[in-house]
Design a protein around this ligand. Sequence first.
Ligand code: HEC
Ligand code: HEC
Length: 278
Amino acid sequence: MRFTLSLSAWLMAGLMAMHGSSALAGDSGKAAAPFTPPSEESMPSGPMGDAIRYGHQLTSQTQVYAKKYVGNDLNCTSCHLNGGRTPNAAPWVGIWGVFPEYRTRNAQVNTLQDRVNDCFQRSMNGKPLPVDSKEMNGILAYMWWLSKDVPTGVDVAGRGFKRIKAERAPDTAKGKAIYAEKCSACHGADGQGMKGPEGEYMFPALWGPKSFNIAAGMARLNTAAAFVKANMPLGQGGSLTDQEAYDVAAYFTQQPRPDYAAKKKDWPNGDKPKDARY
Ligand code: HEC
Ligand code: HEC
């Protein structure tokens, strides 16, 4: 375990970082717009509706519709739950009007296409979509439609993840026990997820070669803990204490996972958050 030595220092630093600069959009402090996903019935017909529906399918069955750009066993909606329509699970409702956005990770103003491709390269451990591809057009059309009732330039309530607080440094041994009791039935004792009888997507991998890579947002302790607290075990969001969410997140984020070669270019201004794994 090459993390053992620096573990407690690293984890304490992560805890401190929670009160420092915010990497999570939901904490921006700006007045939030109400969370208003449009109803399915309001999806238009015609070419615009076709593009929106395609984007919806692609993001919820990424393994089927964008396989050649994906390097693991996840779909976009493995994390952006319910087609990006769950608050505090990095929803896409309202996302259209908040990009372009400056991000410290690359110290640039990022377009929504850049942000989508970030998740392709990191969360999906894959390759960026060509920005003029039909896949990218579909994703943008779907996100535009999800955002149509949210004013431009305003964060929606529930954007990103809701930050939580731990009382003490996370304990990976406790996290391992929580994982065995509350997570392994779906995600597998070995964290590799589970497939259906035809090899189809069922439960996504939390670590190993079929999971998100080391440079993904979900590989960061604070982000993973906030996601788990609000959303896991699936259908029982909010059932873990903040401390339990931290303990189990500390356990699974540190398991082996794919590397990301371009990670050395991240945070060029030296403002790397303390819970980044590199
Ligand atoms: C392993 C989990 C995971 C998967 C899979 C994933 N994402 Fe993400 N995504 C995240 C996390 C975590 C964030 C927020 C990162 C942060 O702010 O710290 C995010 C942020 C985003 C954002 C910006 C949200 C905002 O409020 O700024 C968009 C857009 C996005 N993802 C699109 C996608 C698309 C499209 C896919 C599929 C190609 C995808 N994501 C797959 C975890 C994931
Ligand atoms: C009842 C089954 C179930 C249980 C129990 C469960 N999950 Fe999940 N989890 C899921 C499913 C299904 C998804 C993907 C959602 C989708 O595809 O709609 C998911 C997604 C995730 C993700 C994001 C995707 C990924 O692969 O990284 C994380 C992280 C996660 N779960 C962590 C946990 C943790 C930690 C626990 C235990 C506290 C837990 N889950 C318990 C079913 C479950």
